[in-house]
Design a protein around this ligand. Structure first.
Ligand SMILES: [Zn+2]
Length: 301
């Protein structure tokens, strides 16, 4: 599922494979780009802003892509996928990049990127200002926590996995309203530490394990009982939540109350095998490393 860390890693992979290479052929199957061509242009860079992918070319244009829930980018011809689902195929000297079921794609002037993406909140995987992110989230007041975390105008980069797993790790219900969480900055710090760590190292996991289903605490469909207290996990389909995404909650660990704070001992326990804990300053409710620079992806793949 494309979240901020997925897109940051995808941008790094595109650069790793094709940086400086010329486009040898290009096909778009999207109404807005039916006649567009990138042939002979060089790939100058690939970048991410929240969940937006930006692929820049040598003529001063950027391919701006958003995968939403269903889109994906693969590095093969994908001839087993019907033509109409292959929304773009861009071949470089050393390989091909295929966009499957990509719903949002446009060519923009590179100089207008900042203006077009100005609505986004602080980018969790970019040059990230934790104080600003926290203030923006706090302004959500009476909105449920997961709905606020998913609002890219407040903070850019949270997707559904982190919007469900972060509240679980903190011991707070995703339905708890933001204004009733006394240390909302601590919730954001936990999510930011997870996402930045997973973007840097991969894979996208919230426990210390890499294997499915052990890589997530509560969201996996086969997780019937809470791993912490043994209660039956309560599941919601997308249409059953205000934020229109599937959700899982432990009714015991994440009980709703008038005022909630992050259970710091629980966070330390649940993240004890995850490297995110090493960049998380729970006492100060922030990150213990500089976030001025965007995450540098260490392991491509
Ligand atoms: Zn529980």
């Amino acid at each position: 599922m494309p979240e901020g860390d997925t897109i940051r890693r995808l941008a790094a992979t595109i650069e790793h494979r094709f940086l400086g290479q010329a486009v040898t052929s290009c096909v778009f199957r999207h109404p807005a780009l039916a006649t567009a061509s990138l042939a002979d242009l060089c790939l100058e860079s690939a970048d991410a802003r929240g969940k937006h992918l930006l692929i820049r070319f040598s003529d001063g244009r950027t391919l701006h892509i958003h995968l939403l829930m269903q889109g994906r980018v693969t590095f093969r011809r994908a001839s087993d996928v019907p033509d109409w689902r292959r929304r773009f195929e861009i071949a470089f000297e050393s390989g091909v990049m295929t966009g499957i079921d990509v719903p949002k794609i446009e060519l923009i002037k590179t100089s207008t990127e900042a203006q077009i993406l100005d609505f986004l909140g602080p980018d969790l995987c970019g040059s990230y200002d934790h104080a600003v992110a926290t203030e923006r989230l706090r302004s959500a007041k009476d909105r449920p926590l997961s709905e606020a975390l998913l609002d890219q105008r407040l903070i850019a980069g949270f997707g559904n996995i982190y919007a469900v797993e972060t509240p679980f790790i903190c011991g707070i219900s995703p339905f708890q309203t933001v204004e009733t969480i006394e240390d909302i900055n601590r919730v954001v710090a936990v999510g930011a530490a997870l996402i930045r760590t997973n973007a840097r190292r991969g894979p996208q996991r919230t426990t210390g394990q890499n294997r499915v289903p052990g890589d997530h605490w509560v969201l996996s469909n086969d997780r019937r009982r809470c791993l912490i207290c043994g209660s039956k996990v309560r599941r919601y389909r997308g249409e059953q939540t205000p934020w229109r995404r599937r959700t899982a909650v432990c009714p015991t660990c994440q009980a709703i109350s008038d005022k909630r704070t992050v259970d710091q001992a629980r966070v330390r326990h649940l993240l004890r095998s995850h490297p995110a804990l090493t960049i998380l300053d729970l006492d100060d409710a922030t990150l213990s490393v500089s976030t001025v620079e965007p995450v540098e992806v260490e392991r491509i793949g």
